[in-house]
Design a protein around this ligand. Sequence first.
Ligand code: IMP
Ligand code: MG
Length: 183
Amino acid sequence: MAPMGMRDDIASVLLSEEQIATRVAELGAAITRDYSGRDLLILFVLKGALIFVADLIRKIDIQVRLDFMVVSSYGARTETSGSVRIVTDMRSDVRGQHVLIVEDIIDSGLTLTEIIAHLRVREPASIEVCTLLNKPSRRQVELNVRYAGFDIPDQFVVGYCLDFDERYRNLPYIGVLRPELYA
Ligand code: IMP
Ligand code: MG
């Protein structure tokens, strides 16, 4: 029997490459409009937001600077442990800067709440959030999300740089992982 491929672990495609590309272009246009005439510092969160930010910045038609943070992941789990660890901090001085945090997905909201608190003490001019995916039904803390690509149901998804235990990041679409793989 042939070995099962990566795509065999996907129960269904939630968002196709075309759907993602269309929405990313819309988000880029909105950011271009909203930040025109201002300097924008885009702070993306590794590793999950890597592909999203790469596509998004090419749809933003104003000057931007890029920086990143690395935060601890779930590991081989599908739910947050509740404690968020900043593994690598950003290097830019954010004082007086307009900062847009770019994330792959907001689930409980704990990760972003931690990042925002971490930034706020450094007194940026503004902090907004842009996430590709949003699971509003899972939120544990209130969060103001300026740009959200797609609201999705409470299902664990992979692909387009979202992972389960560091795998599936290279799937070009976003798919629902077969639940028996992590149950
Ligand atoms: P939160 O702190 O619970 O909001 O979790 C946010 C982080 O959890 C994201 O940056 C992802 O790394 C991860 N995450 C949440 N839901 C999913 C999912 O459905 N698939 C893959 N990663 C997820
Ligand atoms: Mg992540």
